[in-house]
Design a protein around this ligand. Structure first.
Ligand SMILES: Nc1ncnc2c1ncn2[C@@H]1O[C@H](COP(=O)(O)OP(=O)(O)OP(=O)(O)O)[C@@H](O)[C@H]1O
Ligand SMILES: C[C@@](O)(CCOP(=O)(O)OP(=O)(O)O)CC(=O)O
Length: 400
């Protein structure tokens, strides 16, 4: 192995998407290995709008494993980070770069320390699946650095031990996490059902109600449900297996009616806006779903419907008068233009949606939504070879 007098730093950078479950993972049968009580299905969101970027580095000069999340140093001592590090290290391969004088053999990975810098381009721990993108990127970038020669599904089983939903962020498009049967978790992996191009007219709008950290984490929320809820056992055994099959068929056939009905049925809240509109139209136009936080995720069948949806959302949830539309709608802003909404004046002039009965005055919820993110199904993780985009300095291995 390279001795400590050597000064080289080897880097790898990757970008990984978040995902939103349409058939939810809720409940574990094994807390340590993170094995779920049911299969789940998700849509990967376009990393251009929501993603994690992580740079990992190794050098003989590093004294300990260290990590910075969004610019602040955090501890890596938690069991989940440690499980992922251990699993990846044990699968590391030989690395040689003659030009830089780097020679690492696979036995060295256990002794070399790593530095990790990660950045989420969206609020962390606010119910926007930061642990999914974050832990998937952690595993994916370390696997590249350590020359791990495993297929994506093996990597998904490692990411799963960091955070359950992270295993689904190893793929783009439509992804299923198979719960598996083995006690050691080797068959609890993610598989891609279809890539993002298979059904690319879907538009996803996330209503960010609060970007503050949630009070109850998914981990403790689901632990409580497993301990106390008979309903959850019924859900896992009787309800979800049927829904998974129906959802797979709906995705295969791009059948939005069934997709919307199943997505909404699997979520734990209702929203009047979507229910009223879908009822008035006779066929579903939009699906909604919630994770553990208050943020709503709406899925429109195509761009035209997304424009109509945005008109309704802005009618009911107008921005505060001082807010600018440009920062109220982020991500794919072109849908605003499609919807004929050039500025705040157009929002103020929006008529009530036709499905509201004339005699019922409609209530507006100004300021209740912080902002909306417009996005679409997106691709899976990618490596970024351009060193100028690395989050760690290639000379010192410290955050830039
Ligand atoms: N980029 C990242 N790299 C590594 N770990 C991360 C990253 N982002 C988030 N995490 C980890 O995930 C934790 C947040 O997970 P948590 O499940 O509480 O919230 P969330 O994933 O944003 O919400 P939800 O799971 O309900 O959608 C953070 O405290 C941190 O440990
Ligand atoms: C409601 C969910 O988003 C729950 C996600 O839970 P996490 O994957 O964050 O939980 P841990 O495995 O304990 O880290 C539903 C889902 O994504 O399927």
């Amino acid at each position: 192995m390279a001795d400590e007098s050597q000064k080289w730093v080897l880097l790898a950078t990757a970008r990984t998407p978040t995902n939103i479950a349409v058939i939810k993972y809720w409940g574990k049968r094994d807390e340590k290995l993170i094995l779920p009580v049911n299969d789940s299905i998700s849509v990967t969101l376009d990393p251009d709008h929501l993603c994690t970027t992580t740079t990992v580095a190794v050098s003989p000069t590093f004294r300990q494993d260290r990590m910075w999340l969004n610019g602040k140093e955090i501890s890596l001592s938690g069991g989940r980070f440690q499980s992922c590090l251990r699993e990846i290290r044990s699968r590391g391969g030989d690395v040689e770069d003659k030009e830089k004088g780097i020679k690492i053999s696979k036995e060295d990975w256990g002794k070399l320390h790593v530095h990790i810098a990660s950045y989420n381009n969206f609020p962390t721990a606010a119910g926007l699946a930061s642990s999914a993108a974050g832990l998937a990127c952690f595993v994916f970038s370390l696997a590249k650095l350590m020359n791990v020669n495993e297929d994506q599904s093996k990597l998904s089983a490692i990411a799963r031990q960091g955070s359950g939903s992270a295993c689904r962020s190893l793929y783009g498009g439509f992804v299923k996490w198979i719960m598996g049967k083995d006690e050691n978790g080797s068959d609890s992996v993610a598989v891609q059902l279809a890539d993002e191009k298979h059904w690319d007219d879907l538009v996803i709008i996330v209503a960010v109600v609060s970007s503050r950290q949630k009070e109850t984490s998914s981990t403790s929320g689901m632990r409580e449900s497993v301990e106390t809820s008979l309903l959850l056992q019924h859900r896992a055994k009787e309800v979800v297996p049927k829904r998974i099959l129906q959802m797979e068929e709906a995705i295969r056939n791009r059948d939005f009616g069934s997709f919307a009905q199943l997505t909404c049925a699997d979520s734990n809240q209702i929203i009047n806006l979507a229910e009223k509109w879908n009822r008035a139209e006779g066929t579903p136009q939009v699906a909604y779903t919630f994770d553990a936080g208050p943020n709503a995720v709406l899925i429109a069948r195509n761009r035209k419907v997304a424009g109509l949806l945005l008109q309704r959302l802005l009618y009911y949830f107008p921005p505060n008068s001082d807010a600018d539309l440009n920062s109220y709608i982020v991500g794919d802003k072109s849908i605003l233009q499609d919807a004929g909404l050039g500025g705040s004046k157009d929002v103020e002039a929006l008529p009530p949606p036709p499905e509201i009965k004339d005699n019922i005055p409609s209530q507006k919820y100004r300021g209740d939504v912080s902002y909306f993110i417009c996005t679409r199904p997106g691709k899976g993780p990618v490596y970024i070879s351009d060193e100028s985009q690395a989050l760690l300095n290639p000379e010192t291995g410290l955050p830039k």
